[in-house]
Write a protein that binds this ligand. Structure first.
Ligand SMILES: [Zn+2]
Length: 247
């Protein structure tokens, strides 16, 4: 769930090689990246791995090609880690040990894809360095994500004065601008009906929704046939724990 700082990411990599690792090219959804899985050994775990891969394939098919193209490496680790997922601009790790349902697994994957899109797909290299930094990496003013961050944030740690819980899709989205982006990305793709519903009472949410529609999803909208009678905005901490009604 963390937007990984590049420095700490490479520390992780030293422990990547492990016994029982399965490594192969992954062809689902015409994805060309490198897939690996660790620690799926007994028959039950192998079966679970097949189910995970089916879900990943569905998740990739549900996203624009430009998003999955930016994902270069995908790794599943069958272990319980405090963080169920991690991503930087091109690599995504899912720790499956604490993930309980298929919907949760899908949601964590889509959330992490939000980081890949934010940090890898929406990029800037020119202009001035902004007050938004991902670890040691400066984010430049021509990075399209900056427009999104500025809706609720003045820098990567502080929210704009006057922002409220209702201006965020979830409690976790209030952690920092990167989690705001990823939770909003997940909400846009998996809970479009609820996002449109809650955006009626927050200009900030309306702007986040519009940003995602225009700059990230090429105008496409989702869950357009759904109503959202049971959803109470403000109660949800973590968008990955919301059941998925349709893809
Ligand atoms: Zn995250």
């Amino acid at each position: 769930m963390f937007s990984i700082l590049l420095s700490s990411f490479f520390v992780f990599q030293s422990s990547f090689i492990a016994d029982g690792e399965i490594t192969e090219s992954y062809h689902a959804a015409a994805w060309k990246g490198h897939f690996s899985a660790q620690n799926f050994q007994d028959p039950t775990e192998r079966k679970q791995l097949i189910a995970y891969r089916r879900t990943l394939s569905q998740g990739m098919n549900a996203l624009p090609k430009a998003h999955t193209k930016q994902l270069k490496k995908l790794e599943l680790r069958n272990k319980a880690h405090y963080s169920r997922g991690m991503a930087n601009h091109e690599k995504l790790i899912l720790n499956t040990g604490k993930i309980k349902t298929r919907d949760e697994f899908m949601s964590v994957f889509i959330h992490e894809m939000g980081h890949i899109v934010d940090l890898g797909h929406l990029k800037g290299t020119k202009g001035h360095r902004t007050k938004f930094r991902d670890g040691k990496r400066s984010i430049f003013s021509d990075d399209p994500s900056v427009k999104f961050y500025r809706i609720s944030w003045i820098n990567d740690k502080n929210r704009r004065r006057g922002t409220k819980r209702k201006d965020f899709v979830s409690g976790y989205a209030m952690s920092d601008p990167f989690e705001d982006f990823s939770e909003s990305y997940l909400f846009y793709r998996l809970h479009g009906d609820k996002f449109r519903h809650i955006a009626r009472t927050s200009t900030s949410l309306r702007r986040k929704y519009d940003f995602l529609r225009t700059n990230v999803f090429n105008g496409e909208e989702f869950q357009t046939e759904k109503q959202n009678a049971q959803f109470t905005h403000g109660k949800l901490w973590d968008a990955t724990l919301l059941p998925i009604t349709s893809l």
